[in-house]
Write a protein that binds this ligand. Structure first.
Ligand SMILES: [Zn+2]
Length: 133
């Protein structure tokens, strides 16, 4: 590198540190995005279940295991799909994986946007003037 009054060495060094931190975080987020779990799109709704039979524990405030529904937007309208009890564990796991995937993707986009600005700033910080001094 040549000496040049225009170049802000401290600023460039700060920007490189920020870039290094964000690229490391981005690699972690990309590992998350690359996982192989199946994803169940939508959110799960739980409804407490009361059978209403006389003398059942649910009439004394102890509901049965909840009913589970998969709530999804279909053409802007919420649709609720009943989930069989035997599918509950898998549905919970895959819906949770879906939530994590979407969260990771939001973070990835924010990091990329920030990196984009940092590369521009780093380019400016490294710009020299002409004629050379
Ligand atoms: Zn009951």
């Amino acid at each position: 590198m040549y000496r040049n009054a225009q170049i802000d060495l401290e600023q460039a060094s700060r920007l490189r540190q920020q870039v290094a931190r964000l690229t490391a975080e981005r690699r972690g987020v990309e590992r998350e995005l690359m996982r192989r779990h199946c994803l169940l799109r939508g959110s799960l709704l739980e409804r407490p279940r009361f059978c209403g039979k006389a003398g059942c524990k649910c009439t004394r405030g102890q509901p049965h295991p909840p009913s589970l529904y998969l709530s999804r937007l279909v053409e802007g309208t919420a649709r609720h799909l009943f989930i069989r009890a035997s599918d509950h564990p898998r549905a919970r796991r895959d819906a949770s994986a879906y939530r994590q995937f979407r969260q990771a993707l939001r973070r990835w986009r924010a990091i990329v946007k920030e990196l984009n600005e940092l590369w521009e700033a780093l380019g400016e910080a490294r710009e020299e003037s002409y004629p050379f001094e």
